[in-house]
Ligand binder design. Structure first.
Ligand code: SF4
Length: 447
């Protein structure tokens, strides 16, 4: 039985939250390393919270979980990731702003509420109309079974010491750290499938100060930019939140803004060169534009050929991402393109050439974007395919082993990639397109 409502929402006292965005793609090798069904190295929560075996079919959608109290209104189902009209072609009028994602339910643990950051997340969600469910213990309960319900549920939890520990993430950066996991978008190729354990809810971490405090001791210790002379100018690099699209939930969490400010203070790293990086498919960059970033953050946009948009439900269209790219570049951020997942779609040569041409147009006149490009082809594992086909049974995304070649990762697991002749053709075309349209860009890797 639900306890009396506890008032947490107080919109007047809520600091304006940075708005939404979304993706990263370059840890595919790491993700595909996980055996199907194996517990995810990044999967669960923390502080005793876990999603394993705690689902409660009766607790979905507006029904308070047992052992919890409901805080705030039970909303009508919000439109997740507001389906914008098809974006205009490049050069047309500015794309409509993407509506921020609002969870239907937010589960919060007692420990998470004890952190000011966690309480602020809950306040923001309540102000947007989310049902707030205050759990009695730090163990997550009442997790929904269905994909639809899970994708509209967010949990605010405390990251455990193991969850807070940064991990290597070649070839993108020296280290990755997590602000959250799970994503509000619905990409039919999503690299999270088969990697995160349990239903695909979003977990966001309340103990942000502890998470950020893990980073300065790692200065100079990475294996990518800390070792590679060609990337040494980037300093020690830290990839934020590969297991979510951090901008897609930023209007709720405010965590990216905090991380950007943290990296902007050189004294936080003893004056040593350090750089924050994140990738997103989302476009609500306005709250980030005036932050004191000190050019120590690189914002990369995950982009693709327009023909791939059909696989990217719940994410802004390509012109919106490119407009956001221009906005952050003009605000002095270092920027990047994560072209992913590259696929031999119909007319792919012209499609990718148009993408790179549009990116160049978006950056026209920007003084010093310090543009980087990461090129990542599509791949899948037996486990990720099974999960994705369960989530998106009608998908037209090609995941046919007969059209792929098997590759064994250094972790011993299997992934299916394109045959070498296809890879060679695509690589030549993409690298040539970058050289022609974006001659000042640095290609960091092809995979
Ligand atoms: S759903 Fe899309 S935007 Fe979200 S993590 Fe997956 S691929 Fe990235």
């Amino acid at each position: 039985m639900a306890e009396p409502d506890l008032v947490i929402a107080s919109p007047a006292g809520i600091p304006p939250a940075p708005t939404d965005m979304g993706v990263v793609n370059d840890l595919l090798d790491l993700l595909t390393a996980q055996a199907p069904g194996a517990p995810s190295a990044v999967g669960a929560t923390s502080g005793g919270a876990t999603s394993g075996g705690t689902t409660s079919g009766g607790a979905a959608n507006g029904t308070a979980a047992r052992g919890s109290a409901t805080i705030g209104p039970a909303p009508a189902a919000p439109a997740a990731g507001a389906a914008a009209d098809d974006a205009p072609a490049s050069g047309a009028a500015a794309p409509r702003p993407w509506a921020p994602w609002v969870p239907r339910r937010v589960l919060v643990t007692p420990s998470a509420l004890g952190w000011a950051h966690g309480a602020a997340v809950v306040e923001r969600a309540a102000a947007l109309g989310a049902e707030i469910v205050r759990l009695k213990a730090d163990r997550l309960t009442g997790l929904p079974d269905s994909y639809r319900d899970a994708k509209t549920t967010m949990a605010v939890v405390v990251a455990s010491p193991s969850r807070r520990r940064p991990q290597p993430i070649p070839p993108s950066a020296d280290w990755r750290f997590d602000l959250a996991e799970g994503c509000p978008a619905h990409c039919q190729y999503c690299y999270l499938a088969g990697s995160l354990a349990g239903p695909p809810i979003i977990r966001t971490y309340a103990n942000l100060p502890e998470i950020l405090a893990e980073l300065p001791p790692l200065i100079g210790q990475g294996s990518v930019t800390s070792r590679d002379p060609a990337r040494a100018a980037e300093g020690t690099t830290f990839e934020a939140s590969c297991y979510t699209d951090p901008l897609g939930i930023e209007h709720l969490t405010g965590a990216l803004a905090e991380a950007i400010r943290f990296f902007g203070r050189t004294e936080a790293f003893g004056g040593a060169p350090a750089q924050l990086r994140f990738t997103t498919k989302f476009d609500a960059v306005a709250p980030l534009l005036t932050l004191p970033h000190g050019r120590r953050t690189r914002i990369r946009f995950s982009v693709n050929a327009r023909a791939a948009e059909r696989f990217e439900g719940g994410a802004p269209r390509m012109p919106a991402r490119l407009a956001a790219l221009r906005a952050v570049a003009l605000a002095g951020y270092r920027v990047g393109l994560t072209v992913a997942p590259i696929m031999p779609l119909p007319d792919w040569r012209a499609e990718y050439d148009a993408l790179l041409r549009d990116a160049a147009a978006a950056l026209q006149g920007v003084p010093d974007p310090d543009l980087t490009v990461e090129l990542i082809t599509h791949r899948f594992t037996p486990g990720s395919r099974e999960v994705l086909q369960g989530w998106y049974p009608g998908t037209k995304l090609e995941m046919d082993e007969a059209q792929r070649v098997r590759k064994t990762t250094k972790f011993g697991s299997t992934k299916w990639v394109y045959p070498k002749p296809v890879m060679v053709q695509m690589r030549e075309a993409l690298e040539d397109g970058v050289a022609r349209h974006l001659p000042g860009a640095r290609i960091l890797y092809w995979t």
